[in-house]
Design a protein around this ligand. Structure first.
Ligand code: ADP
Ligand code: MG
Length: 258
């Protein structure tokens, strides 16, 4: 059984006084346990909508979405989400932000403290436990968001352009961090991005979406072996994948601008 199934998913947005805008039409995709799959496509093609349907934040209108065989009916701790805009509580410290999701899990205070520390260490924020988000860099904030999501031990990780707001250097560092986290705690991940290189660098498979109405037009398996470091980006094979995927995305990106 595939861990995640999208089956003939369609989604339209209705705004008062306007015709329905079809954001997704007939999306089919299956994701296996432990896979890292990117949803790649131009702005507005429905990537976030698809992720939030799986997250259970947007109610399903038509088709089926199954998580481990069961239809998704709302948000749940089995699906951890990392949002684009670092959804941290500004009035809570790093420690308190990470502890937040654990508060409803019925852990003893000591178990909670230990778990929070474990995840602070995992994202290498030791020494910043009592800092507030405003005192951290963008990369550090997104590491707190990742730690908070992973601390509740989700079955799958959903990430919506998590590094989109970071500068290029920080984004590269975050790619290595994320791969290191995945090596330590392998987890099924669906990663939304419009960045072709990022998709190739991180993914086992890349699902290319067409622009409105969003569909999955192709799924490309990325066969680059273990990611040993950024040097892989200099390889001919890496750049062939990038060129091919970019050619698949380009026509839709141009269409999306019109
Ligand atoms: N709440 C909403 N109401 C109306 N239209 C929306 C809403 N959310 C998204 N859309 C529209 O649906 C389309 C897909 O949006 P989205 O899923 O955010 O795409 P992406 O994440 O790929 O940029 C876009 O045209 C967007 O304007
Ligand atoms: Mg989006």
């Amino acid at each position: 059984m595939s861990q995640i199934v999208f089956d003939a998913v369609r989604h339209g947005y209705r705004t008062k006084g306007r015709a329905e805008m079809v954001a997704l039409s007939d999306v089919n995709l299956t994701v296996e346990q432990g896979e890292f799959v990117s949803l790649l496509g131009p702005s507005g093609c429905g990537k976030s909508t698809l992720l939030y349907l799986l997250g259970g934040f947007v109610p399903l209108q038509s088709g089926r979405i199954l998580m481990e065989g069961k239809p998704v009916t709302g948000p749940g701790p089995d699906r951890g989400v990392v949002f684009q805009n670092f959804a941290l509580f500004p009035w809570k410290t790093v420690r308190q932000n990470i502890a937040y999701g654990l508060e409803r899990q019925g852990l003893t205070a000591q178990a909670r403290t230990e778990r929070v520390q474990q995840f602070i260490d995992m994202v290498q924020l030791r020494g910043f436990e009592d800092s507030f988000p405003s005192q951290l860099s963008g990369g550090m904030r997104q590491r707190v968001a990742i730690a908070r999501t992973l601390a509740v031990d989700p079955r799958v990780l959903l990430m919506d352009e998590p590094f989109g707001a970071l500068d290029a250097q920080t984004r590269e560092i975050m790619h290595e961090e994320l791969l290191a986290i995945m090596r330590r705690t392998p987890m099924t991940t669906i990663f939304v991005t419009h960045d072709v290189r990022e998709a190739v660098y991180l993914s086992d498979r890349v699902a290319v979406m067409s622009s409105r109405p969003g569909r999955i037009k192709e799924v490309v398996t990325i066969d680059l072996g273990p990611r040993t470091g950024p040097d892989i980006m200099k390889s001919a094979k890496f750049n062939e994948y990038v060129e091919y995927l970019w050619s698949q995305v380009k026509t839709d990106a141009v269409k999306a601008m019109q």
